[in-house]
Design a protein around this ligand. Structure first.
Ligand code: ATP
Ligand code: ZN
Length: 295
């Protein structure tokens, strides 16, 4: 019998693809991908990669053409809200990249004073379901105009009064004379899976992959931090270290009052952090990157 392989769908090219390839690479999986190819194969684990347009990923996973996929939460939620599949795909976890927002934006000269101002107005968007759900939550009745792209030009063309669009920096809005007035949805890349039970063999591959992804996400902001400090400062320093478990405390040769403290910090270590540590009595502070971590 042929070996079972887990099929993962990722975006072929676009704002999700670098992050997706990067994540697989950090998991130790090299995808051999030919140009314009639909398939990529992984050597290190029994995994096949399908390269698709992001909008097709939720349906491919729901319909069992793929087992799992990486897609923007915005696209996935939009699909769920306007669902046509009997058993939609399920969200497994957030992946921490491709962060963006679905924002409601209005022309700068509009003296916008809250959601009620949108009553009877026209809103252009590529995300009609998410936009309508938000309007409903706000208790406002407005007309939602579906546009596939270039949503931000709609007000200038008088197609709509406002827009609801994906934004990461806001530069595009600004260039089109628009200003954000409300956040409709916060998004990042997520892992989704088919809702049916996997075979035991597939489940084992899935579990191994999830374990690796968790290891990668955990080590992302994590740093290994080392310093010397007076023994009397150990407690205060331990308490202060961002997201650290119990640190290792080592005696310094020939100096019974001083110790070396080593710890894994799971949250970002900033210059402020180091200055604070110095104030608490630490010296010779070293911060090192962590490449991989497995509990
Ligand atoms: P495709 O050709 O695969 O259909 P696309 O043009 O629809 O691609 P992209 O612009 O590549 O899609 O965006 C894919 C996803 O990346 C978005 O759905 C969103 O989740 C995320 N994203 C992150 N930042 C941004 C941004 N600044 N603008 C748009 N999408 C962003
Ligand atoms: Zn798309």
């Amino acid at each position: 019998m042929a070996e079972e392989r887990l099929r993962i769908a990722i975006q072929k090219s676009g704002r999700l693809s670098d992050g997706s390839f990067e994540l697989l690479k950090s998991c130790g999986l090299k995808v051999s991908r030919g140009r314009d190819k639909l398939y990529g194969r992984v050597q290190e684990m029994p995994i096949d990669v399908l390269l698709l347009r992001d909008d097709d990923i939720p349906a491919f996973v729901a319909d069992n053409a793929c087992d799992i996929g990486i897609v923007g939460q915005n696209v996935f939620e939009e699909e769920l809200l306007s669902e046509t599949h009997e058993a939609p795909a399920e969200e497994v976890m957030q992946l921490g990249f491709a962060r963006c927002r679905l924002l409601l934006a209005a022309p700068k000269e509009w003296n916008f004073d809250g959601a009620n101002d949108l009553a009877s107005k026209r809103i252009a968007t590529s995300y009609p379901a998410l936009t309508k759900a938000w309007l409903e939550r706000e208790g406002v009745e407005a007309k939602v105009v579906m546009m596939k792209g270039s949503v931000e030009v709609a007000p200038r063309l008088k197609i709509a009064d406002a827009v609801c669009d994906i934004v990461s920096t806001g530069a595009t809005l600004d260039a089109n004379g628009l200003k954000p007035v409300a956040t409709v949805f916060d998004s990042e890349a997520i892992l989704i899976r088919n809702a049916e039970k996997f075979s035991a063999e597939k489940q084992a591959i899935f579990d191994a992959l999830i374990k690796r992804i968790n290891g990668v996400l955990r080590s992302k902001d994590a740093k290994y931090i080392m310093m010397n400090a007076p023994r009397s400062a150990v407690e205060a320093i331990t308490e202060f270290l961002p997201g650290a478990d119990a640190p290792t405390v080592l005696e310094l040769a020939g100096n019974p009052d001083k110790v070396a403290i080593h710890a894994v910090c799971r949250e970002s270590v900033f210059w402020d952090t180091l200055e604070e540590l110095k104030k608490l009595g630490a010296s010779a502070i070293l911060v090192l990157p962590i490449e991989k971590m497995m509990p």
